[in-house]
Every structure is written in C-alpha cells, then in structure tokens.
Design a binder for this molecule. Structure first.
Ligand SMILES: *Cc1c(COP(=O)(O)O)cnc(C)c1O
Length: 401
C-alpha cells in the first residue's frame, strides 16, 4: 500500500481526500504489481499443516469470513470513515437491519428518527417489535432534546442526516452527547453525504452505515452496504456479523473499490449541478419549497454548513397544488430524468413521494405534490431544459383541467 505515514513524515501533513481515494485499499506489492486488488473467488482456504488447521490462526480461514478482496474494501472504507472496523453486507438496507440487530435487545428500547429511510421503519415495526423491542419515533429536529426520550432500557438511537425524502438535518453532536450520558449507542445513516463530506464517528456517533449501492459504487450496477464502528461498538457488531453469516460477492467488492477511485470527482459534480438545479427551481412559480440543506436559506442550511464538507446531488421539492394528471404530464414527458428508486449513480432521476404516509411522530406539511430529484452527471443546462419543458406540460395540463 502507498505509505501515507511516509508522506506525512516528508511533507508534514496528511494527504488530501482525493489522494487517499486513489491509494486506499491497494497493495500492488502483494499482487505482482497489478494496480487493482484482484477478485478472489473462494470458499475453502487451505491450511499448510494439521497444527495450522487446529490453531485456525492464519490471515484467511474461510471465504465467508473474508478474502483479500473484501479486506481491501473494508480497509479503505474504514479509513475514510475514521472507524475501528468496517463490515460489508449485501445492501444498504441490510446494513441498517444487521446493525440494529447487533445493538437492540429484547425488552430494550430503540429511538428512530421519523425521517428514517422508510424500509427501516418496516423492519422496526414488523421484525424488531416481534422480538420484544420497543420503538419510539422522534422528531428529526429534536437535537439535545432527545435526552427527554431516553429511558433506562434505551439501547440505540438511529439517526439519519439529512433525512430520507424530506432532508431534515440532525444535530448529531447534540444527540450523541445526550446518548453518551446514558450509555446509549448512536447510529447514523450517512448515505447522503458519504464519508467524504460527513464523518459521523467524529461527531460522537458509534456506528456509521452507508448504502454503498449509491455514491460509492456510483453506477447503478451494484448493491452493497457498509457498517463502520468505533472501538466501543466493535465487539457487538463483529459478533453479529459473524453469527449471521453475512458475506458479499468479491465482484461487488471490486466494483465498490473501483467506484471509490472516482468518488470525489463525481461528488463535486453532483454537488455543483444539484445546487444549480435547486437554485433554478427556487425561482420557479410552480415550486413552493426546495428541500436542499446546502442551499443557502433552505431548512437545515446552518447545520449543514457547520458539520458537512460538501453535498450530494439528491434533494426534494414541494410543488404548488397540482392534480395528478398534470404531474403525470410533467413526469411522463421527461427525456433525461428517469423514474425509479435508488440514486447515487451517474444518471438523473425523479420520483414523487408522500412523506406524511411514512411518519408517525411529526407532520410534513406539503402544499402540493412532492418530488425527489437526483441530479446526475449530465450537462446541467440540459437537465434544466428538460425540467423547464416539464413545467410547461404541467401548467398546460392543469389549465386544460
Ligand atoms: C438506498 C438507501 C438505503 C438502502 O440501500 P440499499 O443498498 O438500496 O439497500 C439506506 N439508507 C438510505 C438513506 C438510502 O437512501
């Protein structure tokens, strides 16, 4: 691996993020000089002797427990998040559910942000509840007030900043300080910012999860999740990960390593183009609200500026009241924006959503239809032209009735 320590010794500072992304998790010296980590396909690992087999203490013991490909990826993500260990799971959703399983316990209590990635709410209500875990949803804007919701049996707080679909920023420092006072674990879904733009563990969280499916792989072709933990959370997560038998195909890990190499350049473009489109949308009469925490004056902007180093290309808007038929005319005629779930690839996406149906602790007041946009790597003026024509269709259809 490139020696960042040697770099630091020579130049008196750590290498920048772009440099780290180009070198993390690479060991050409161990792979005949080839630049990238090879894909190790394998279940059985041979031991050289009976003594070694019985001692079970070599680097690799069984494919499920890790291969050189998975280890390189773990190393890289762990360094980016600044954690003690990183675990790889088959999807971002599996990162949430398996980490919750590691820290929740029967008879215990879990606090979950009302703005949580919606499938996680289903997991809590249908599966965790069945195992006798009590769940309370809380207002994402609660900050240090979370202390008032912590009970003697509270084990875990699941935060997400900004929140899925509605983009509320959470004060992780304040929540973590309250949690620490009661010995409660804090987990943050860090998918939106990626570890390049926010590092939850530095802000007091114990567990940072990431849907690698989104920006890390970045090409809408791979599903993968990461759980990065600090020292305090590592033992419970290690046990759960091993005992559930979670493992990921080496090709998918290879794709994630490849995605990491270009993460910074892609994110800079997603961020800049996303803000351009958000600013343009704010000036449109059809738009009642822009929910983009990196847009000056938008909800959450101050926290975003305090804690985050950048923004991704995902945000939402709320339109003025329009009938469904007008919305359909707008969306069905778009030439560049695709309609589909997930995000974080190179392509632009747009979906409508009903936030109020997905919450129980807070009310999301929307004047009209709400849309989530992912701004991809296309030319931003082309994207704006596509949306402008969409608004023309929206208005024409609304007028025609
Ligand atoms: C997409 C997403 C997930 C789930 O990731 P998958 O890999 O699709 O399972 C989790 N959290 C957030 C915030 C997401 O947007």
């Amino acid at each position: 691996m490139a020696s960042f320590d040697e770099f630091e010794r020579l130049f008196g500072r750590a290498p920048q993020a772009a440099t780290r992304l180009a070198h993390l998790g690479r060991r050409p010296d161990e792979q005949h000089g080839f630049v990238n980590a090879p894909v190790y396909r394998g279940s059985t690992v041979l031991f050289p002797s009976l003594e070694a087999l019985l001692a079970y203490d070599q680097d690799y013991t069984y494919g499920r427990r890790g291969t050189p490909t998975t280890r390189r990826l773990q190393e890289a993500v762990c360094a980016l998040e600044g954690g003690a260990a990183t675990y790889i799971v088959p999807s971002g959703y599996a990162a949430i559910t398996s980490a919750m399983l590691a820290f929740a316990a029967s008879g215990g209590h879990v606090l979950v942000t009302d703005s949580v990635y919606h499938p996680a709410r289903r997991f809590c209500d249908r599966t965790l509840a069945r195992f006798g875990v009590d769940i309370t949803y809380y207002d994402p804007l609660i900050g240090g007030g979370i202390g008032g919701l912590i009970r003697p049996n509270t084990r875990l707080i699941l935060t997400e900043t900004p929140g899925s679909l509605t983009f509320e920023m959470q004060d992780i420092d304040a929540i973590a300080a309250a949690a620490r006072a009661h010995d409660v674990f804090v987990m943050t879904d860090n998918t939106w910012a990626t570890p390049l733009y926010f590092r939850p563990l530095r802000h007091g969280a114990d567990i940072s999860i990431q849907a690698g499916t989104k920006y890390i792989t970045g090409h809408a072709d791979t599903l993968l999740g990461f759980i990065t933990v600090n020292e305090r959370a590592a033992p419970a997560m290690k046990t759960l990960h091993e005992t559930l038998g979670l493992c990921v195909a080496p090709e998918d890990c290879f794709m994630a390593l490849r995605g990491l190499r270009t993460l910074q350049v892609r994110l800079e473009r997603h961020w800049a183009s996303g803000l351009r489109v958000a600013e343009w949308l704010r000036g449109r009469a059809e738009v009642a609200q822009v929910l983009h925490p990196a847009l000056p004056g938008a909800p959450g902007y101050d926290l975003w500026r305090r804690d985050f180093a950048g923004a991704s290309g995902l945000f939402s808007i709320v339109l003025q009241p329009y009938p469904q038929s007008a919305l359909a005319a707008m969306l069905n005629g778009l030439t560049l924006f695709g309609m589909g779930y997930s995000w974080g690839g190179y392509e632009s996406l747009i979906i409508p959503f009903e936030a109020q149906a997905m919450r129980s602790a807070t009310h999301f007041a929307a004047q009209g239809p709400a849309l989530r946009l992912h701004i991809g790597l296309e030319d931003v003026d082309d994207l704006i032209a596509d949306l402008a024509a969409g608004f023309d269709r929206l208005n024409a259809k609304a007028k025609a009735g």
